[in-house]
Design a protein around this ligand. Sequence first.
Ligand code: IMP
Ligand code: MG
Length: 437
Amino acid sequence: MTEKKNNNIAIIGLSWGDEGKGKFVDYLAQKADIVVRFNGGNNAGHTVVSNGVKFKFKLMPSGAPLEKEVIIANGCVVDPKVLLDEIDDLKKLGKKINLKLSSTAHIIFPFHKVLDGLEEVSKGEYSAGTTKRGIGPTYSDKAARWGIRVFDLINPQLLKNKLERLFKIKKGLINVYDPDWDTDLNSIYEEYKSYGERLRPYVIDTAYYLNKAIDSGKRIVFEGAQGNLLGIDHGMYPYGTSSNANALGICAGSGVPPQKINKIVGVIKAYTSRVGGGLFPTELTNNIAEKIREQGHEYGTVTGRPRRVGWIDLFNIKYGIMINGVEKLIITLLDALQGISPLKICTGYKLDGRTLESWPIHSEIIQECMPIYREFEGWEPRTSQEWSEIAKQGYNALPETMKTYIQAIQNELQTEIAIVSIGPDRNDTIVLDENLF
Ligand code: IMP
Ligand code: MG
């Protein structure tokens, strides 16, 4: 039997995003040639501390600080101004830009952002609390097949024709909500035409490029944005985003077939956070929540909103492990739970006196369920230097109570934890599986 290849790895958030994926994409990118974003747009906020410098990316794949080749693939939606700003910021820091942008990714226009805001209001209790970056309306246009793509953006005549058509439709729609709304189409066209000119050098057929790269033995990290529970098909619809924010999204979102993705790694946080609307069964609203929020710096990277926080929910994570085919786990932000005792982990749900077999997916059912908890003793606070010191010494140096907590999570999930993270820096990491990538 031939040995399974270990060249390509995917990093997927298993909850509602913000599990700390950026840090591990940066970590694994050290051994990679290419880092690929395959879903979402600048709704994502990926914080990367690379060689002591803090980067906050919205669109740029997290391999950029290492000057790796980075790809924004077809499954993404692109706000060209945001991308150009991120390119400029990296250039200012002296970083080489090695970007490839898919010609078939869809473009976000100002009217998408206007619609995002208006639709949120009109959705009332079904609003997801979006980032208002125009993500949903842009993916809607993609599905409706009148979206404008990167290829159009870099071809002024195509851009003009398609923009005129799309604008007429979008203006009509916006006027349903706000009859007085108008804007100067020509200035949008001129602005976007100039973005197209600046982005043209980066544009290629990334699906072809990636398949060739994989065939020639290049090592790839697929960087998930958001998380499994926010996914359009397998998340908590409608309280999520508009793309497949999971491993299933990699193939359609990058043009790489399933058998070429060698390993799927799920990232979980030692607790749970959620930004935006929708049910959150293990949510905390007391002073423990405040403590976790402060210690974990749980404020949105994109919008600055305080994130909702709660106990870790292994029941929905188990579902995520199944949907994503997760082979290994990374657990993050254990340090942020310091000084809290007892800690709770949710292992299942009860409905009408019955213990449920699987995560019930629908908010309407979830709101009737009662989480089942196990309690664990917490660990004492330490300074960030002390946590870094512990990380250097390795797993055995962790507090005993933390090891018990980690082992219990691993046993419940029946999935091996490959990396433990106890701080934001790349070095605040304990690797338990040296062959991960
Ligand atoms: P949208 O993606 O802006 O349409 O927002 C839809 C939902 O997904 C909202 O609840 C957002 O708060 C949430 N969301 C979108 N992107 C992220 C992310 O990167 N991290 C966490 N939540 C996100
Ligand atoms: Mg984030």
